[in-house]
Design a protein around this ligand. Structure first.
Ligand SMILES: NC(=O)c1ccc[n+]([C@@H]2O[C@H](COP(=O)([O-])OP(=O)(O)OC[C@H]3O[C@@H](n4cnc5c(N)ncnc54)[C@H](OP(=O)(O)O)[C@@H]3O)[C@@H](O)[C@H]2O)c1
Length: 328
């Protein structure tokens, strides 16, 4: 008999790729997903997936989701939002899932769990402690969530897989581009005017480039890693995930038709410190910390022990994401 896999957050950018990959795997019999919005698995052509609406903050809903599951894949998380809302969903909600999961557990942490520290080795390996950065709510909560997972599951004999993807991108994962500084304005500008402005030299949007390099990983490659972990053939533990190669702001700017303007790296540090100092600024601005230091990961362990081979390079993933974003 095949596996029953319970998935929190199947409606998200990674979630849809994960459920699609589980649907295609003959070793999986049944998938049960839970998130808050209405969602129809049949609309994706999925026939072994059931969906129920529910909140990870509701312990009874979580218990119902995981009942009878061989594996729980925990993806539900609030990435862009406030620090306080994140504390609830990302920590209290994750605690419910970790405590309720009956067997094997797969949790998608992030490169951000390592924290943006000047003394980080480059590349980062899984032996480096996931310290997080207190000044960035997402990084702090990713590190806290890993500690929580350890505390809740230690001694229980449950195999736990912690996947740490770099920025996830691809045609169905455009969060990076949707959060570029000018996007809120662009989204409200009528299309003919956008095109006209884009054609005027000097009016193209500008991206500051402090020279920081970063990795991308395609959503389908993350989904493949989740399936490998869910099947349980590899040793439990933490695994870094990133596609081959890395990119910089100039590559990102070129992909979206913007100008990259070199700025001194010190300016990013100063701006980040200023943001920390000023109260009442939106939590979104804390993402500037992500550009302070290169956060490049070594993915040798995932390739060796998990048997994972990413199919998409950072450059190809960026191009696919930009094309999908342009197409709207
Ligand atoms: N995207 C990246 O670049 C990236 C990189 C590294 C790690 N990760 C991690 O990978 C995981 C999945 O990320 P993603 O990119 O798929 O995020 P996403 O697109 O924002 O999706 C988040 C998912 O969580 C669900 N969710 C949020 N709050 C919930 C709640 N209270 N109860 C139940 N479901 C809830 C959402 O569904 P509803 O809104 O319908 O409830 C959605 O399905 C997260 O842990 C994220 O931190 C992402």
């Amino acid at each position: 008999m095949g596996l029953t896999v319970a998935v929190t957050g199947p409606t998200g950018e990674i979630g849809t790729a994960v459920v699609g990959a589980l649907e295609r795997d003959p070793r999986v019999d049944r998938i049960v997903g839970m998130a808050r919005r209405p969602f129809d698995p049949a609309a994706h052509g999925w026939h072994r997936t059931e969906y129920r609406r529910g909140d990870v903050l509701d312990r009874a809903a979580v218990d119902g989701l995981v009942a009878g599951a061989d594996v729980v894949v925990h993806l539900a998380f609030m990435i862009m939002g406030s620090r306080a809302e994140g504390e609830r969903v990302n920590l209290a909600g994750s605690r419910n899932v970790f405590a309720a999961a009956p067997g094997r557990l797969v949790y998608t942490s992030s490169v951000a769990a390592y924290g943006y520290h000047a003394d980080n080795p480059s590349p980062l390996t899984e032996d480096v402690p996931a310290r997080g950065s207190s000044e960035h709510y997402y990084s702090a909560q990713k590190a806290a969530c890993e500690r929580l997972l350890h505390d809740v599951t230690k001694g229980a004999g449950r195999p736990v897989y912690v996947l740490r993807p770099s920025i996830v991108a691809g045609p169905d994962a455009t969060i990076l581009l949707r959060n570029l500084p000018w996007e809120p304005v662009a989204a409200r500008t009528p299309e003919p005017l956008r095109r006209l402005l884009g054609a005027v030299p000097g009016l193209r949007p500008v991206l500051p480039d402090p020279g920081t390099r970063f990795q991308l990983v395609h959503h389908d490659d993350v989904a493949a890693a989740v399936v490998l972990a869910a099947l349980g053939d590899a040793p439990p533990g933490a695994y870094n995930l990133a596609g081959d190669g890395d990119i910089g702001m100039a590559d990102l700017a070129a992909a979206v038709g913007a100008h990259a303007v070199p700025i001194p790296a010190e300016l990013v540090g100063l701006t980040a410190e200023l943001i920390d100092f000023l109260p009442y600024l939106p939590a979104k601005l804390e993402w500037i910390h992500a550009a302070r230091h290169p956060m490049l990961m070594d993915t040798g362990k995932a390739r060796r022990d998990l048997g994972w081979t990413p199919r998409h390079t950072a450059a190809a993933t960026l191009a696919a994401m930009a094309a999908a974003h342009r197409a709207g």
